[in-house]
Design a protein around this ligand. Structure first.
Ligand code: NAD
Ligand code: MG
Length: 288
C-alpha cells in the first residue's frame, strides 16, 4: 500500500469546535508518557484553547514541569476543559478554567486579568486557540462571517490577549504562539487560515524585537498535521481519512509530540537566549 491510499483514520465528522470524546482513535496528550523535570517550577501560564488537542498536551506538560495553568476555551467545551484541569491537578498544580468566546474583544482582553486573579501572576502566555474551516465551495461564496471567525480567533484575539497580558509580564516572561505548516505550504482550501498563520510568524519575530528590551522572549511553534478535534470538525471526511499521510514520516502527529516544543520555548533556562524563532514540528515538512 502506498502512502496515498493508506487510510489511517475512519472518515469521521464533527461540528465545530469538536470534542475529544467523539474522536476515534482518542488523541495522545502525553497523559501516560510525559515526564517533567522541574523546568517550569513555580511559573504561571495561560494557554488559550487549553481544553483539547495541542493545548491540552501543553497544559499537561507544563503542569508536570511545575507550572500552574489557566486554560481558556469555548463554553461548549466545558467537558474537555474539565478533563484537562483534572490532569493538571493530578500533577499537583493549580488549574484555572476560563470559558468564553475570544472572538469577542472584551472576553479576549479580559483573559489575562482572570488568569492573574486565579493564579496570582503570569509568566507564560501561550496563544494556542485557533480556528479553520476547509472551504468546499468557490472562493467567491465565502461569507464575511466565515472570514471573521477565522481572522478574529487566530489574529485579533491573539493581539487582544497579548496586549492585555503585557502589564502582567515582567522580565523573564515569555509568549509562545501556535503557528502552522500552513504558513509555509498553504492549502487552497484553507486560504484565510493559512494567511493568519503566516501573519503569526511575522508578528512573532516583530514582537520579539519589541519586547526583547523588556526581557520578554517571543517564539512560535509551527505544527504539521496533528490529530486533534479541530480536524474532524473542519475537514471533509476524505481528508480526515488520509490526514498526515503526505508527510515524510507518513503519519499524523499526536498532541503529545508537539508539547515538548512548547516546554522548550517556555523554559526560562533551556531557551534563555531563544527569541523570535519558529520551531517546526511537522513530521518532516519544511518550515522555511
Ligand atoms: P483544538 O480544537 O483541540 O484546539 C483549538 C482550540 O481553540 C479549541 O479547543 C478552542 O478552545 C479554541 N478556540 C477556537 N475558537 C475559539 C473561540 N472563538 N473562543 C475561545 N476559544 C476558541 O485543535 P488544535 O489542533 O489543538 O488547535 C490548537 C492550535 O494548533 C490552533 O491554533 C491550530 O491552528 C494549531 N495547529 C493545529 C494543527 C493540527 O493539525 N491540528 C496544525 C497546525 C497548527
Ligand atoms: Mg477544544
Amino acid at each position: 500500500m502506498s502512502h496515498d491510499d493508506t487510510q489511517e483514520f475512519s472518515p469521521q465528522q464533527q461540528e465545530p469546535p469538536g470534542l475529544t470524546g467523539a474522536m476515534d482513535p482518542t488523541p495522545d496528550h502525553g497523559e501516560r508518557s510525559y515526564r517533567g523535570s522541574g523546568r517550569m517550577d513555580g511559573l504561571r501560564a495561560l494557554v488559550t484553547g487549553g481544553d483539547s488537542g495541542i493545548g491540552r498536551a501543553v497544559a499537561i506538560a507544563f503542569a508536570r514541569e511545575g507550572a500552574d495553568v489557566a486554560i481558556s476555551y469555548l463554553p461548549e467545551e466545558q467537558q474537555d476543559a474539565e478533563e484537562t484541569a483534572r490532569w493538571v491537578a493530578e500533577a499537583g498544580r493549580r488549574a484555572a478554567l476560563l470559558p468564553g468566546d475570544i472572538t469577542d474583544e472584551a472576553t479576549a482582553r479580559g483573559l489575562p486579568e482572570r488568569a492573574v486573579a486565579e493564579l496570582g501572576g503570569l509568566e507564560v502566555l501561550v496563544n494556542n486557540a485557533g480556528f479553520q474551516m476547509a472551504r468546499r465551495d468557490a472562493l467567491e461564496d465565502v461569507t464575511t462571517d466565515e472570514i471573521d471567525r477565522v481572522l478574529k480567533t487566530n489574529l485579533y484575539a491573539l493581539l487582544w490577549v497579548t496586549q492585555s497580558a503585557l502589564p502582567h509580564l515582567g522580565e523573564g516572561a515569555c509568549v509562545v504562539n501556535n503557528s502552522s505548516i500552513q504558513a509555509y505550504q498553504p492549502s487552497t482550501s484553507l486560504l484565510d487560515y493559512a494567511s493568519t498563520k503566516a501573519a503569526i510568524n511575522n508578528l512573532t519575530v516583530n514582537l520579539a524585537a519589541e519586547l526583547g528590551p523588556r526581557g520578554i522572549r517571543v517564539n512560535a511553534v509551527a505544527p504539521g498535521p496533528i490529530w486533534t478535534p479541530l480536524q474532524p470538525a473542519t475537514q471533509p471526511p476524505e481528508k480526515v481519512a488520509k490526514f498526515g499521510a503526505d508527510t515524510p514520516l507518513g503519519r499524523a502527529g499526536q498532541p503529545a509530540e508537539v508539547a515538548p516544543a512548547f516546554v522548550f520555548l517556555a523554559s526560562p533556562s533551556d531557551a534563555s537566549y531563544v527569541s523570535g524563532t519558529v520551531l517546526g514540528v511537522t513530521g518532516g515538512k519544511p518550515v522555511f
